[in-house]
Design a protein around this ligand. Sequence first.
Ligand SMILES: Nc1ncnc2c1ncn2[C@@H]1O[C@H](COP(=O)(O)OP(=O)(O)OP(=O)(O)O)[C@@H](O)[C@H]1O
Ligand SMILES: [Mg+2]
Length: 463
Amino acid sequence: MVSARLRIIGWMLGVLALALTTVVFLTWQVLAARSDSAADAELTHEATKFRAFAGSTTAAGYNRPEELLDRWLQSNLPDSSEGFFTVVDGRAYHRSQGSPPARLDTDAGFVARVAGATEPEYGWIGSTAGKVRYGVIPVRVGSQPVRAQLVVLEFRDVIAQPLEDAAQALAVIGAITLALAAGACWLVTGRVLAPIRQLRSTAEQIGESDLRRRIEVVGNDDVAQLAGTFNTMLDRLEVAFLAQREFVDNAGHELRTPITVIRGHLELMGDDPRDREETRALVLDELARMNRMVDDLLVLAKSERPDFLKLEEVNLTELTVEVIAKARGLADRAWGVDETADATIVADGQRLTQALMQLVANAVRHTTAGDRIAVGSRVVAGGRAVLWVADAGAGVAEGDRERIFERFARGNDQGRTDGAGLGLAIVRSIARAHGGEVRLARQDGPGARFELELPMADEEVRG
Ligand SMILES: Nc1ncnc2c1ncn2[C@@H]1O[C@H](COP(=O)(O)OP(=O)(O)OP(=O)(O)O)[C@@H](O)[C@H]1O
Ligand SMILES: [Mg+2]
């Protein structure tokens, strides 16, 4: 979680820093270009001023260039970022009042260079006060040859100073913004990720034994929805887990009864051969019952697995006839076939027979000799097939109609403890595995009619 937080902050700061650096750099570039052109403009301005002065009537009275230059120097004060000096006969002569940022009139090389100028010259030169934009204006009086120059210096770095200060301030403000953004990001990501952290720790704490814990859902954002989804999943898990536990409890309980009976009889068994024979028969009977129950439990457990069904083409007429043939051997009843569907469905024929035989066994158990029990099959609307087992017995009590399909649920009818209550649960599992359902049909007359409704096409059947 910490690493997710750091990653988010890292990305955010990276992007911000890049943006800020770009802004500062570009500003810097623009300001530098501005300073250069500002120095240039100042230089041109001074040169223009000087030319205007040299062409004026005042200047016409001077015979010697140094007089003209001195006069100009006296009447023109340089800015703090400027300096003027004059060169006469190859040597620095006078300089403007005030102290310039750096002296170039003392630079012999520079003076020698400008002293040679007979035409106006412009250029850049370095100094102790940074870059300098200079201009040399040769001065001629009358028709005399050139022997004096006015040198105008514009200290570009001094001009740029306030702009550089501004750029530096910008950089400092940028750095502070970055730091503040990092702090804000840390807080915000902490708040955003807190529910996820809680989600994780809750998930870690939820063990098999404590599925009741839930994550607190605050607000309606993505994280809240995630927590909600997580809780719904836990609801389902809890229900499934409780059902599983109840199933195991019930199974244990049901198996304990025959064991207790067997044990009791074995303990009390005497030496009398008749007594022994009776006990043996009873023990075998109980063991058979246990065996059946274990088989049923295995079928139920297996029905949850994907390989539960072995699909094939099943002819409904053949299936119906096969079931009634098997049923006849079970008991003395008035067996009959209501009708048969001339259709083929994709299903597991053996499982369907198993389901129908469970229904037949129930029907037998709830009828007496000579009562009618009928099976049948029919194709109904929606591409579905219905198979049924109907009897003329006592029927199912209204309050038991739904309950009897649950595992270990028995009706309160005759208070018999014969079956375990797994038969209808198995029928339902088989029906559902086929994408169908089993139900107790509503009917006017007495008796019970259980119907299996199944899809006929194989897409709906779980293979
Ligand atoms: N044809 C029927 N007529 C009346 N009641 C029925 C009929 N079939 C089932 N029932 C009721 O539904 C209950 C549940 O049936 P189910 O087949 O699940 O269990 P069981 O027959 O009691 O036991 P098992 O099938 O495990 O031997 C029965 O106990 C009975 O009360
Ligand atoms: Mg049964």
